[in-house]
Design a protein around this ligand. Structure first.
Ligand SMILES: O=C(O)CCC(=O)C(=O)O
Ligand SMILES: [Fe+2]
Length: 205
């Protein structure tokens, strides 16, 4: 057992205890700014596309369910994306050391929710694919206030919910199989990187 970087310890504890966690200050503010700039630039170049739901044969455009625009981090990684991924992978390693989640790959996309956009209540693990283990959302919105809305609403097992303000640098984490959640409509464009740590694909036969 190696030692865990101190800043990841409370994250691992919260996920072990509650299955979810919201943390600020895990990312360098300069990196958050660079990611926000890149997201804005890609969106200006129309590189973000109306989001889909489901996968494989079930994958379909879903304007009735969600109305965000997304861009997958899956081609050449920019400097900012590389730094983001490196940080996420050290978080992964720390979580794997403490929790038996078997986190392996990260799939991630930029998302922009224009004013009034939303994502209905849903769960992130697909019906036909249990690869997604831990959902992650990093918010990129400077000076976001309650009046800007656009909360992530996380439905808790005790029947209550917890609303997360998508404030810059904040990271929300929750077990993909266990938590219903939704995105409430913001009053101005809301930017994030949504990601999913997947377990190793053993090849279903
Ligand atoms: O942006 C958020 O707060 C959550 C997004 C989400 O639920 C998703 O992309 O599956
Ligand atoms: Fe989700």
């Amino acid at each position: 057992m190696g030692t865990m970087p101190l800043e990841f310890q409370p994250v691992a504890e919260a996920i072990e205890r509650d299955g979810w966690c919201v943390c600020d200050d895990l990312f360098d503010p300069a990196l958050i700014e660079a990611l926000a700039d890149e997201c804005r630039e890609l969106d200006a170049l129309s590189r973000l596309k109306p989001a889909a739901v489901g996968r494989g044969g079930r994958r379909r455009l879903a304007a009735a369910v969600r109305s965000d625009r997304t861009h997958w981090l899956d081609d050449t990684f920019s400097e900012a994306q590389t730094a983001f991924l490196a940080r996420m992978l050290s978080l992964r390693d720390a979580l794997n050391r403490r929790l038996l989640l078997g986190l392996h790959e990260l799939e991630a996309h930029y998302a922009v929710y224009p004013a009034g956009a939303y994502y209905d209540r849903h769960r992130d693990r697909f019906r036909d694919d249990d690869a997604r283990v831990l959902s992650t959302v990093l918010y990129l919105n400077r000076d976001w206030s309650e009046a800007d809305a656009g909360h992530l609403r996380l439905y808790l097992p005790d029947g209550t919910h917890h609303d997360v303000l998508p404030q810059t640098g904040r990271l929300a984490l929750f077990l993909s199989a266990d938590f219903d959640h939704e995105v409430l409509a913001p009053t101005r464009p809301r930017m994030s990187i949504a990601g999913w740590f997947r377990q190793r694909d053993f090849g279903v036969t």
